[in-house]
Design a protein around this ligand. Sequence first.
Ligand code: FE2
Length: 217
Amino acid sequence: MNCTPCPQPPQAESEVLTTRGTAAEWRVLSRAITAAFADNASVSPHHPCADCLRQCQWQRLARELRGQGRWEEGCYTRTPILEGDGFVAMLMCWSPGVSSPVHAHSDAETKVKSNCFMLVIDGQLRETVYEPRSIIGSDAVAADEGESRVHDSGAYTYINDSMGLHKVANASTTHRAVSLHVYAPGWKSVQLYDEARRPERVDAGGASIDVDEWGDF
Ligand SMILES: [Fe+2]
């Protein structure tokens, strides 16, 4: 007996054999993050939350979370999407060209230090990090001492106050960017810093000190 051949499924470039349903990646990730903080409350780059973000399928996540953030022209917005014991996860939407100010990650009032885990899920972000030695006085950093790097979609990064301060910007002036941030613990407000010129060092007579010249020693 001749059978009619079964219809062949269309061969997509990257074939999806199964589907876990709507918002499955976020469901998996949010459970993993919650479990990570139930087990470990330390402030450390090696916190298990880092692996949760590094290992997630960020393209799926970007699709699932699309529409959950808010867009404001010329601004970046923060939308809390998960809150648990000792952490808060925020979806951040970056309009083209916008930048955060330089900031710390300790709660400004309580001084409790926090982890900042960041995963870019759409677009590109430029992060500029200022090491603690670049802090001038109580509320400024030496503007020319920041180290910048661009994080593409899917890139993961981490910072805490022992490592330094940072500012984050949309690296593109034409395209939007979206990132997922986990702060642990969450904070009410953080200290902001001006980017300033480092004051010139002067000797007792008021002359500037040029450390490259032998005569200054
Ligand atoms: Fe930050």
